[in-house]
Ligand binder design. Sequence first.
Ligand code: MN
Length: 129
Amino acid sequence: MTKRILVVEDNDLNRKLFCDVLQAGGFSVEPVADGNLAIEAARAFTPNLVVMDIQLQDVSGLDLISILKHDADLCEVPVLAVTAYAGKGDEQRIRESGAEGYLAKPVSIGPFMAAVRGLVDGAPKAVAS
Ligand code: MN
């Protein structure tokens, strides 16, 4: 079954890039440009993963992640945070918000898809030794 990914990103070029790459990778994507609509969209789309830009208009991606992680219906959905600012402590703050994954912009396609697949597929299976 096709996995669904919600892409919350206010930058038009980045949003299109993420969506194009994910669709090429066989995912069904739902783009969200306005962070205010992200939670509503997550409820409607029931994604297998949320890609969340941290720097949005009006709202903080960190706050949106926190809302998702405190929502009984959405808390199990993994979140991959992307941020332009990878300053000291940023990764810590993002992890504390509840995001399972984190990438600093500019995001390269290889690491992006690896992170996406890792989160969509869940915990790595034990490897027989
Ligand atoms: Mn942004």
